[in-house]
Write a protein that binds this ligand. Structure first.
Ligand code: PAF
Length: 283
């Protein structure tokens, strides 16, 4: 597995692969790789000749008081996970490689889908994501890019960008990977204390209950949301930011009754750690 650090070198590498008729899969990450990332890397390796994993903590998607400086980093461990998953290349640029002096171009999906859910408390977040993802697509010349459904709104925003800009890349959504006890895997789980981590299990429990309710025929969206809220409120340290339902991937407001593919999404704080989780269901 190669470690490439500059955009120019990665672009040369990818051009060479293309010349040889090889397909390229890209797995964009901010590093601190876990089994959720590994599942994306494995899927890409199964579907493409070459898999590139980008490891870059992207400053433009962090708000002023967010965790850019403390975001966990461990490149040596990332190399092991990426290699085990079948990656051919880790792309690990510096912030100044990606955003040199006088950098001035941002890509932004200018629609309600970036203003709802996480967009309410993180107003500039998705512009940072779509900007870096665009740059990674352009540099890597990837045919396919792999994104986890854990960040369902991010996935929907990227799918919209790719459609709106007629981008020549296929977005492959991948299911959420959970710990044995149900907690959705996230690099930010490392911030949780042992007791917060235990309390955080209310997220997956509430979503599992919602799934069961829906399987048993419940279609009233307000009822499903209020049952989720009740389960989460059983934890007295869970601070609810939102519990919402939207169509997926369009992220349009839902009607009262469940119909079509629907996202139930949560953002909940435990101490200073903000966790998100979701399910995508059909009636
Ligand atoms: O999901 C992430 O880790 C990041 O938002 C991404 C897509 C790598 C862009 O920095």
């Amino acid at each position: 597995m190669r470690i490439i650090t500059t955009p120019a070198e990665l672009n040369e590498y990818s051009k060479e692969q293309k010349k040889q008729g090889k397909s390229i899969g890209l797995v964009p990450t901010m590093g601190y790789l876990h089994d959720g990332h590994k599942s994306l890397i494995e899927k890409s390796s199964a579907q493409n000749d070459i898999t590139i994993v980008s490891v870059f903590v992207n400053p433009t998607q962090f708000g002023e008081n967010e965790d850019l400086d403390t975001y966990p980093r461990d490149l040596e461990h990332d190399k092991i996970v990426a290699k085990d998953g079948g990656a051919n290349v880790i792309f690990h640029p510096t912030p100044s490689d990606m955003y040199p002096e006088n950098y001035g171009t941002y890509v932004s999906v200018d629609s309600d889908i970036t203003k709802i859910l996480c967009g309410k408390s993180r107003p500039t977040h998705f512009m940072g994501v779509t900007t870096i993802v665009n740059k990674l697509f352009n540099i890597s010349l990837a045919d396919r890019a792999y994104f986890g459904q854990k960040d369902a709104q991010q996935l929907a925003v990227i799918m919209r960008m790719v459609a709106d800009l007629n981008m020549n890349i296929k977005i492959i959504p991948c299911p959420i990977v959970r710990e044995k006890d149900g907690l959705a895997m996230s690099s930010r789980n490392t911030y949780l204390s042992a007791s917060e981590r235990q309390e955080a299990l209310v997220l997956s429990r509430s979503l599992r209950q919602a799934e069961d309710e829906i399987k048993n025929g419940e279609t009233n969206i307000e009822k499903i949301k209020s049952d989720i809220r009740r389960t989460i409120s059983a934890s007295n340290i869970a601070d609810i930011e939102y519990i919402e339902a939207y169509t997926f991937p369009g992220l349009m407001p839902c009607s009262e009754k469940l119909s079509g593919q629907t996202l139930f999404a949560l953002a909940i704080r435990f101490g200073s750690t903000r966790l998100i989780d979701n399910i995508i269901v059909k009636p």
